[in-house]
Unconditional design. Structure first.
Length: 170
């Protein structure tokens, strides 16, 4: 009889453990919030345009990020409205950017070099900007460069040398 009482007592204890009242346990849902920064958006509004220059003349032509022009040889600017490139950067309000330039590629005997940049209200200078301010809703990057014409360009032809700007969030 004692074994029966012990087994009956254990059965009641096991049933009591299985049927734990709600007051002995609780659950709570937890939300994991996460925010993602704004992606970088790059919009080119205009390319560099040197206008028309003298044909068949070797010279190096320069346009600054603010649009000033000069040349170092016997060539000449003839007509047109030279202007620097203009690019609008938009995105993060907190992340700085690394701006760099490379991959200069000649075309029709004209070779680009020495790109210069003016980012936002900063001074014009090198396009190697390791910590440019976050662009926010939109900041303008103006780009100038040198091009060297080798003198083989015939009247009425064009050249479209290129280079690459790389802009990356830090």
């Amino acid at each position: 009889m004692k074994i029966q009482n012990i087994l009956a007592g254990l059965s009641v204890a096991a049933i009591a453990l299985v049927m734990v009242p709600d007051a002995w346990s609780a659950t709570q849902s937890v939300t994991a919030n996460i925010r993602f920064d704004t992606p970088l958006n790059i919009t080119k509004t205009q390319d560099i345009d040197f206008g028309s220059v003298q044909a068949s003349t070797a010279d190096t032509y320069t346009i600054s990020p603010t649009g000033s022009t000069s040349h170092s040889g016997s060539g000449a600017y003839l007509f047109g409205s030279p202007h620097a490139a203009s690019i609008t950067l938009a995105g993060s309000t907190t992340n700085t950017m690394n701006i760099s330039v490379g991959s200069y590629t000649a075309n029709n005997g004209v070779t680009p070099a020495n790109a210069t940049c003016k980012y936002g209200s900063g001074a014009a200078g090198s396009c190697a900007i390791p910590a440019a301010a976050a662009p926010g809703a939109g900041t303008t990057l103006l780009v100038g460069a040198d091009v060297t014409a080798d003198g083989t360009q015939a009247a009425g032809t064009t050249a479209a040398p290129t280079f690459t700007l790389t802009i990356v969030y830090n």
